[in-house]
Design a protein around this ligand. Structure first.
Ligand code: PMP
Length: 392
C-alpha cells in the first residue's frame, strides 16, 4: 500500500531484441526488460554498475577500491551521459562567489553550467601538454594550505579539467603534470573533476594513467561516458568517486531524473556483457584508430590550405583541432558571417573562453563526421575567407 509505482500490467513492452551492425542479434534478458520498464535503483542497474566498476578496476586500478575509510571508497553512479554528472557535481560543490579552478580554454558545456552559479573562475592556463601546474600554483599562492581546513576561507575547492583529447584543444595532460597537479590538490585539499570523455580516444598507447588511478585520498570525481564509443543518444555515462560525494549526487538524481533510462541501461548492459571488457576495449581501439585517421586527414588539409594563415598543435586524441588565426583579431564575425555565407562552419574560439565577449583568435574544427574530401574543401574555403579578410 505504500509504493507509488504504476501497475506494470499496462506497460506494453515484453521483449527487446537488438540487431547490431555486424548482423549479430542479442535478446535482452526478459527479467531485465521487466525491471527496465519499472522505476529502478537511482544509482543505476546493479549489473551495469558492476560491469563498469570492474572496467574501472581493470583500466585505472583506483587505490580508493582498497581504502579503509568508507566515505572515501570508490562508488559509482550511472548518469545521463557525463554532462549530467558534471552538472550535478558543480551544482553540489559551487556557490555564488566561490573560487573555482577551470582549465582554459575549456568545454563550453562546463561554462554553461557554471555561469548561472556565478562563481569566480580562476582560469588555469594550458598548452599542448594540458593544464600547467605553475598556473594552478600561481592562483593558489593567495592562500595557505591550512586555509583549506577553514570552512570560511575562499580557497578553491574544485579543479575541473579535460585531460585527454581536450575539447576544444585536442591536447593531452601528461603523467608528469598529473602527478604535480595531484600533489598541489593534496596540499590545498582540492577536489579534481576529471572530465574524460575522450579517454578511450587517445591516439597512442599505453593510455596516460588517469587521476583516478593515483587517487589515494578520495579527491577525484571521474566522469566517463559511453557517448563517444557506443551511442550518444542512449545518454549513459558514469561518475566514479568517493562514496560521500557520490551519495550527494545520488540524492540529487533521486529528486531530478530519478534514474537513467532503464531501457538504455539494459540495452547497453546486454551489449557490454556480450563484448566483455576485452571486447569493449578492442572496440574502443577501433574507434580511436578511425579518429586518428580522421585527424591525419584534417591536418593534411590544414597543411595544404592554411600554412602561413593558421597555427595548430597536433591533437593527441579526441575529435578536435584548435586553430589560431594569428592575423585575425576575432574569429566570431569571420565564422558567423563570412564562413556561413560560404557554407562552411567552425566554432569560434570565444565559445570556450571564460569571457566570451573578448575577441578571440582561435576556432575549433571537428573531424569526427567529415570526409577527407570535405575537410579539404572546408579548409580551402577557410583559407579563401581569411585571405579576403586580410585584403580589407
Ligand atoms: N565533457 C566534455 C569535455 C565533452 O566534450 C562532452 C561532449 N561534448 C561532455 C562532457 C558531455 O558528454 P555526454 O554527456 O554526452 O557524455
Amino acid at each position: 500500500m505504500a509504493g507509488a509505482w504504476p501497475n506494470p500490467e499496462f506497460f506494453l513492452i515484453k521483449d527487446i531484441s537488438l540487431t547490431l551492425k555486424d548482423g549479430s542479434k542479442l535478446d535482452v534478458d526478459r527479467s531485465l526488460v521487466t525491471r527496465a520498464m519499472q522505476y529502478s535503483s537511482t544509482s543505476g542497474f546493479p549489473e551495469l554498475i558492476k560491469w563498469v566498476k570492474d572496467l574501472q578496476e581493470k583500466v585505472h586500478k583506483p587505490p580508493t577500491l582498497e581504502i579503509t575509510d568508507e566515505n572515501k571508497q570508490l562508488d559509482i553512479i550511472i548518469t545521463n551521459g557525463s554532462q549530467d554528472g558534471i552538472c550535478k557535481t558543480l551544482e553540489a560543490c559551487v556557490s555564488a562567489g566561490d573560487n573555482v579552478l577551470i582549465e582554459v580554454p575549456t568545454y563550453a558545456g562546463t561554462l554553461a553550467i557554471l555561469n548561472p552559479l556565478k562563481p569566480k573562475i580562476l582560469p588555469v592556463e594550458s598548452d599542448k601538454d594540458g593544464i600547467i601546474p605553475g598556473s594552478i600554483r600561481r592562483h593558489l599562492s593567495k592562500w595557505n594550505p591550512e586555509d583549506s581546513q577553514n570552512p570560511k576561507s575562499s580557497i578553491p575547492k574544485i579543479l575541473h579539467c579535460v585531460p585527454n583529447g581536450g575539447n576544444p584543444t585536442g591536447s593531452q595532460l601528461t603523467w608528469e603534470r598529473k602527478k604535480a597537479i595531484y600533489k598541489l590538490c593534496q596540499d590545498y585539499d582540492i577536489i579534481i573533476m576529471e572530465d574524460d570523455p575522450y579517454f578511450y580516444l587517445q591516439f597512442s598507447k599505453p593510455y596516460v594513467p588517469s587521476f583516478l588511478s593515483m587517487d589515494v585520498d578520495g579527491r577525484v570525481m571521474r566522469f566517463d561516458t559511453f557517448t563517444k564509443v557506443m551511442s550518444s543518444g542512449m545518454r549513459i555515462g558514469c561518475l566514479s568517486g568517493p562514496r560521500a560525494l557520490v551519495n550527494k549526487i545520488i540524492q540529487h538524481q533521486q529528486v531530478s531524473a530519478v534514474h537513467s533510462s532503464g531501457l538504455s541501461q539494459v540495452a547497453l548492459f546486454t551489449i557490454l556483457q556480450e563484448m566483455g571488457h576485452t571486447g569493449f576495449l578492442q572496440h574502443c581501439d577501433k574507434v580511436a584508430d578511425f579518429y586518428k585517421r580522421q585527424r591525419d586527414a584534417c591536418l593534411a588539409a590544414a597543411n595544404k590550405h592554411l600554412s602561413g594563415l593558421a597555427e595548430w598543435v597536433e591533437p593527441s586524441g579526441g575529435m578536435f583541432v584548435w586553430l589560431k588565426l594569428p592575423q585575425i583579431k576575432d574569429t566570431y564575425k569571420l565564422i558567423w558571417e563570412k564562413a556561413r555565407e560560404k557554407e562552411v562552419l567552425f566554432v569560434p574560439g570565444n565559445a570556450f573562453m571564460i569571457d566570451s565577449s573578448v575577441p578571440c583568435q582561435y576556432l575549433r574544427s571537428a573531424y569526427s563526421l567529415v570526409s577527407a574530401e570535405d575537410m579539404d574543401k572546408a579548409f580551402e574555403r577557410l583559407s579563401a575567407i581569411i585571405k579576403e579578410e586580410l585584403k580589407q
